[in-house]
Design a protein around this ligand. Structure first.
Ligand code: ATP
Ligand code: MG
Length: 385
């Protein structure tokens, strides 16, 4: 299978270089090999190693300034790495200009040309690549239909809502049938409800174009968890964690990943016993608890017990052999959930639950229960930078 993919990538790669828009819509692997980017003496991306497999969506998440956009721009060819190699399919594109990379890119603020109608905006990339009028006439409505904007060809961007403009921007990126699609916070300028429905549409778009390889930058973890096969978490120009969305959420490799993705409770624990990879007993103060030891932490090491807020329960279930007793600090009702913070041995912990008719009062004592299978141990490592 991978052999076939490589051959077709080669064919389409050379075809796209020679014929521009005529190339087929073949997904291609994106590879970062030890890629660093510096502005003057400031290194903003440090030895990034990352692979996005053909047809996959990888989300890069991380705080502001962590280097996400820089990584994307390096793939697009808008910034030049100071070290390392970038590949698309089997091609080393590190030193190719942007227009030879066969990439579609969508950024946060639409960047449509205001003086052009929708159809001209979508045709722009095709014209730049020298596509024939026949191809343009076919490709423009096809791309607009993919994002549900077929009826709007004659409008100007100012006559469209934010969500509609962003759909046109996506159609414009897809019109050249790119090998890879780069999305930089494409939904962040939209309000919450439209963002939700655009997210569903992006998921559908990827089902319709299963070969398209997508690198998706966001700082919204819901977008990342909803769309991505794999997630990379960036901090200070470095990739701090990488894995499938499920595994990063269920067993984060470090404190930063646990806090950034899903705001986990992290309880300092000691005295690991039976640390054989499956289940381990730990102590939180005098309290004995049990957890998954996915990362095979060595016996006797200090570490963190990672508990997601929704895994604490007030009612003890059959397998909830762990429990903690503390004092309620705050109770917040948010429509579909109750948020409760409580303090146990000077640790402030957070739980969420379905709305309760009789929530506990601040100052009351509560006991929470949780299942050892739902919680995991995270190394107490020095997360620098
Ligand atoms: N042209 C530039 N010249 C100098 N420094 C830059 C330039 N572009 C970006 N930087 C710096 O590089 C670092 C990474 O920026 P980048 O845009 O990649 O962050 P980001 O993770 O996309 O952040 P955000 O979530 O805010 O978009 C930042 O410290 C930024 O100030
Ligand atoms: Mg950015």
């Amino acid at each position: 299978m991978s052999g076939v993919m490589t051959v077709s990538e080669k064919v389409h790669g050379s075809a796209s270089a020679a014929q521009g828009a005529v190339a087929g819509n073949t997904g291609s692997r994106i590879g970062f090999e030890n890629v660093s980017v510096a502005y003057g003496s400031l290194v903003v991306l440090e030895s990034l190693n990352l692979t996005v497999n053909p047809g996959e969506i990888v989300a890069l998440i991380g705080p502001s300034g962590s280097g996400k956009t820089t990584a994307l721009r390096a793939v697009a060819g808008f910034v030049r790495p100071s070290a390392g190699r970038i590949t698309i399919g089997d091609r080393d594109v590190t030193h190719l200009p942007p227009y030879e990379r066969n990439i579609g890119m969508v950024v946060q603020n639409y960047a449509l040309f205001p003086h052009m109608r929708v159809e001209e905006n979508v045709a722009f990339g095709l014209r730049a690549k020298g596509a024939s009028e026949d191809i343009i006439r076919a490709r423009v409505p096809e791309s607009l239909a993919m994002v549900g904007m077929a009826p709007y060809t004659k409008r100007y961007p100012r006559e469209l809502s934010g969500g509609q403009q962003q759909r046109v921007a996506i159609a414009r990126a897809l019109a050249i049938r790119p090998q890879v699609l780069l999305l930089d916070e494409p939904l962040s300028a939209l309000d919450a409800q439209i963002r939700r429905s655009m997210l569903d549409e992006l998921a559908k778009l990827h089902r319709d174009l299963p070969n398209l390889t997508v690198l998706y930058v966001t700082h919204d973890q819901t977008e990342a968890l909803t769309l991505a096969n794999h997630i990379g978490i960036m901090r200070g120009g470095k990739l701090k964690a990488f894995g499938s969305a499920q595994s990063l959420f269920r067993h984060p490799p470090n404190r930063f990943a646990a806090e950034f993705l899903g705001r986990a409770n992290l309880i300092p624990v000691t005295g690991l016993d039976g640390a054989d990879g499956a289940r381990a007993g730990v102590k939180f103060g005098a309290q004995a608890l049990s957890a998954q030891n996915h990362h095979r932490l060595a016996k006797g090491s200090d570490c963190l017990l990672c508990v997601r807020p929704h895994d604490f329960k007030l009612q003890k279930g059959e397998n909830d052999t762990n429990s903690l007793t503390g004092v309620v600090q705050s109770v917040q009702w948010q429509g579909d959930v109750h948020n409760i913070t409580f303090e146990v041995a000077e640790q402030v912990l957070r739980m969420t639950s379905a709305p309760m008719s009789n929530p506990p009062e601040p100052g009351a004592s509560i006991t929470v229960h949780f299942n050892p299978a739902d919680v995991t141990l995270v190394p107490e490592d020095k997360v620098d930078g």
